[in-house]
Design a protein around this ligand. Structure first.
Ligand code: CTP
Ligand code: MG
Length: 223
């Protein structure tokens, strides 16, 4: 299985003054922990890491021995652009792809395997968890408009897996039509292409704020 790791963000919500994936937890960078888990999956055969040219040396140094096993790809201004660059840099034998955010460093290898396996029978898969909060849809003035039924609500995570040709086509259409999305599955949804949900777990958080770092530290101790 081929895997792309978007790692080209700036981490503005973390306010660390640098790419949050370079922050260290338990003595290693966040991106190191992500790659450690990805390379622990026996189904993974190729990994591309998508980063900003400015971060290249620091990111590759921080992943230590994994640096010789990854393909470096220059990222874009948005996650969407970064993934598109990644898709254009895949080896030609890549028919299926898992995309996993560098910022989800607590992913369990067994869940990566589960996504890869489910991609055998589906054109697109997304790891997700059932939402436990009651979610409100709120208007721009701050008033509640609607409360969707919680039984239909899932929080999308990564990995997200796709047939490469389909995802490439979806990204090309997005550029043409100016669709702006925050994950790849959204493009399939706009196109009315089926995406299968795979139930994951809520420890697979995306490290976004300083609080997430504290939570991740607790989980890493269990690894
Ligand atoms: N990402 C990327 N290219 C970008 C922006 C984001 O590859 N131009 C990656 C990030 O490195 C991260 C993932 O996409 O692994 C999810 O993005 P997010 O959590 O939003 O990270 P940042 O964009 O770095 O954080 P922020 O939005 O707070 O600035
Ligand atoms: Mg972002």
């Amino acid at each position: 299985m081929h895997v792309l790791i978007p790692a080209a963000g700036s981490g503005s919500r973390m306010r660390a003054g640098k790419n949050k994936l370079l922050i260290e937890l338990e003595g290693e960078s966040l991106i190191y922990w992500t790659l450690k888990s990805v390379f622990s999956s026996s189904l993974v055969s190729w990994v591309g890491i998508i980063g900003q040219p400015n971060d290249k040396n620091e990111l590759l140094n921080s992943i230590k021995g994994f640096s010789s096993k990854v393909q470096w790809i220059n990222g874009g201004e948005t996650r969407q652009e970064s993934v598109f660059h990644g898709l254009n840099s895949l080896p030609s034998d890549a028919k299926k792809i898992l995309i996993h955010d560098g910022a989800r460093c607590l992913i369990e290898p067994s869940l990566i395997n589960k996504c890869a396996q489910e991609l055998e029978g589906n054109e697109a898969v997304v790891l997700a968890t059932k939402v436990t909060d009651t979610i409100k849809i709120v208007d721009d003035k701050g008033y509640i408009q609607e409360t969707p039924n919680r039984k239909n609500l899932w929080a999308a995570q990564t990995p997200q897996g796709f047939l490469v040709e389909r995802l490439r086509k979806a990204h090309l259409m997005a550029i043409e039509k100016n669709w702006i999305v925050t994950d790849d599955a959204s493009l399939f949804e706009i196109l009315n292409w089926q995406v299968k949900i795979i139930e994951g777990n809520s420890s697979n958080i995306k490290i976004t704020t300083p609080l997430d770092l504290k939570i991740a530290k607790l989980f890493l101790k269990d690894f």
